[in-house]
Write a protein that binds this ligand. Structure first.
Ligand code: AHR
Length: 616
């Protein structure tokens, strides 16, 4: 392998090349990165008509001691459903547990010894109340934290917001929140929220999961979908205006593509905040009036266009603008750095898309000329019939095909819009539920994107997350449950590319007879201490080891072998995966590269992805 590291032969890779795509799929957000522990906190998941199904809330007590149902007495205009609890027992007539309800969260709440939890709820009663709030084990038998709400009738005759802090004195990954009483009478509950006090940067995200994203150093966050943006029907699509403002007042919605309820605690504002917290550019995928089944005609689309303009004003307008003031009231007076808008998701062939797209494009460009617009139509092989800054490209395929796709963009048009590969993954049986083999095909593909980064400016794996209790799509980059998580090899593979965005791509040459088995690239970047690194990455997708000579020319600095290293992603078997039991079976292993030099004889393990990081 020849690497030309001379300064004048390199080409800068776009600053944005590698980012992440977050979709609300597989409970990635609700019951995932959004740290809310209560599932169906507003009792709206069963629909706006009552009586409704208030599950997963469940009753503590029996038919003679308690009656629980829903009515529409809540104080919030857009989410009127509340829970009515009628206790029919007093003191020692009640079971020792008391009577009331519990919420098991999203397949169990992770309660951790010594940690604090903020409980907020709205309550109303015509009588005095004495409600015990507690965090318990899944059977309710062991109490891990408790606090009482005691109030006179006059205190709670109108809906009253109660805030408590609960401190856990034990741990369980499968806990629940109980709200019980030993006092005869009726009370109503609404908007019951339980959040850990420690969240990522204090903004409501699960620290462990979002740290895994931060570790990837993503340059952009595409959100909130995917198909989630479109909906099977428009009536069930994500609507940004319903997802902003005080959390209690958000109506929530049923995402009919991935088939679960979300209370929209993770809304448009929170997505923008997440991108900012990760130091990444937000890529806002807007609904352009096109869902899987229904499309708004171009003649009727203008209100949707205005809605998109409003969403941009919400993100970027100053605090005196109509929508910018709403953002400011949510605690972010400064604008968010929104520069990318994707008009729809996978909608190119759908009825009215092209007509609608042009309306959005023209209106957004007129109001915000600097915003870059992403079309759903593939411009890799044909010239688009409409203006765009980027075309969206999605690829889900087999490992062998993904490996070959490393050359796909070699023949993409060099003029016209740039490519945004916003969804890629190996998805056939070679991926298992996240195999080493799949990650090698994907690594080769990304090497191809680096080499074609004159025309490919952005790329992200899909999907990012799966809650193992609700696997709607397989495979995914990060697998989690209430308390555990691990990266699949596809997640770890992306770590090899985290310095690439904004780095310099150095030309590499590999013998043609090796290219069906090896894919390689080299990038150089400067470190903060005036040093620099040359990273040479090589995928060996074959089942044989390969003896390779690496020859680096054009270096103007000497190699510091003490600071040089090599990192390898491989395993005993090509179909090996990580799991909750063995989360680090297939993860990068780093070691010192003692013989770092301009000429190195290396042995590439079978089925491996190796980087040689030369400190300069
Ligand atoms: O990533 C999963 C789904 O795949 C996305 O929602 C959609 O855009 C694509 O079809």
């Amino acid at each position: 392998l020849a690497v030309d590291a001379s300064a004048d032969s390199g080409r800068k890779i776009p600053d944005t090349l590698f980012g992440i795509f977050f979709e609300e799929i597989n409970h990635a957000g609700a019951g995932g990165i959004w740290a809310e522990l209560v599932n169906n906190r507003g009792f709206e998941a069963g629909g706006q008509n009552t009586p409704s199904d208030f599950s997963p809330w469940a009753i503590i007590g029996n038919e003679s001691t308690v009656f629980v149902g829903t009515d529409r007495s809540a104080p919030f205009k857009r989410n009127a459903v509340a829970l009515r609890v009628q206790a029919n027992c007093d003191a020692d007539e009640c079971p020792s547990t008391g009577v009331g309800v519990y919420n098991p969260g999203f397949w169990g709440m992770n309660i951790e010894d010594g940690k604090g939890y903020k409980l907020i709820l709205y309550v109303k009663s015509l009588d005095s109340i004495n409600i015990s709030t507690s965090l318990t084990t899944s059977d309710g038998l062991q109490t891990l934290a408790t606090s009482n709400i005691v109030a006179s009738a006059s205190d709670v005759s109108n809906w009253t917001k109660v805030q408590l802090e609960l401190f856990a004195i034990g741990s369980t990954p499968n806990g629940r929140l109980q709200l019980t009483t030993n006092k005869k009478g009726v009370f109503w509950l609404d908007q019951v929220s339980l959040m850990p006090m420690d969240t990522f940067m204090g903004h409501g995200f699960r620290e462990d999961l979002v740290s895994m994203l931060a570790d990837l150093k993503p340059r952009f966050v595409r959100f909130p979908g995917g198909c989630y943006v479109e909906g099977e029907r428009l009536s069930n699509a994500f609507r940004w205006t319903a997802s902003i403002g005080p959390w209690e007042e958000r109506p929530g919605h049923y995402g009919d593509v991935w088939q679960y309820w979300t209370d929209d605690g993770l809304g448009y504002f929170e997505f923008l905040q997440l991108a900012e917290d990760l130091g990444a550019s937000p890529v806002w995928v807007i609904n352009n009036g096109v869902s899987h089944r229904i499309s708004v005609s171009t003649t009727n689309i203008l209100p949707w266009v205005q809605d998109a303009l409003n969403s941009i004003e919400f993100a970027r307008g100053d605090a005196s603008s109509t929508w910018g003031s709403v953002r400011a009231s949510m605690g972010h007076p400064d604008p968010f750095d929104l520069k990318y808008i994707a008009v729809g998701n996978e909608d190119c062939g759908k009825k009215f898309y092209r007509g609608n797209y042009l309306k959005f494009y023209n209106a957004i460009k007129e109001a915000y000329p600097d915003i870059e617009i992403i079309s759903n139509c593939d411009g890799s092989r044909t010239t688009l019939d409409h203006p765009a800054d980027y075309y969206d490209y999605h690829i889900y395929t087999s490992t062998s095909d993904m490996y070959k796709m490393k050359d796909f963009f070699n023949s993409a048009s060099r003029s016209g819009p740039k490519a945004f590969v916003s969804e890629y993954a190996v998805t056939d049986s070679s991926a298992g539920t996240g195999s080493l083999l799949a990650s090698l095909g994907e690594a080769a593909f990304l090497i191809g994107l680096e080499k074609n980064s004159d025309v490919v400016e952005m790329a992200s794996y899909a999907p990012l997350f799966v809650n193992a209790n609700d696997r709607r799509w397989n495979p995914d980059a990060i697998v989690f449950n209430s308390a555990q998580m691990y990266g699949t090899p596809s997640y770890w593979m992306q770590h090899f590319f985290k310095e690439s965005s904004g780095a310099v791509l150095n030309p590499t040459y590999i013998l043609p007879n090796l290219s069906s088995q090896l894919a390689a690239s080299a990038v150089t970047w400067k470190t903060s201490d005036y040093g620099s690194f040359l990273k040479i990455k090589i995928v060996n997708i074959g089942s044989d080891s390969v003896n390779l000579k690496i020859m680096v020319s054009g270096l103007t600095h000497t190699i510091n072998s003490l600071s040089s290293s090599t990192t390898i992603l491989t395993s005993h078997h090509v179909m090996d995966e990580n799991s909750f039991l063995n989360p680090t079976k297939v993860v990068p292993q780093k070691s010192v590269l003692t013989d770092a030099n301009t000429e190195m004889d290396v042995v590439l393990s079978p089925h491996s992805f190796t980087s040689f990081d030369l400190a300069l």
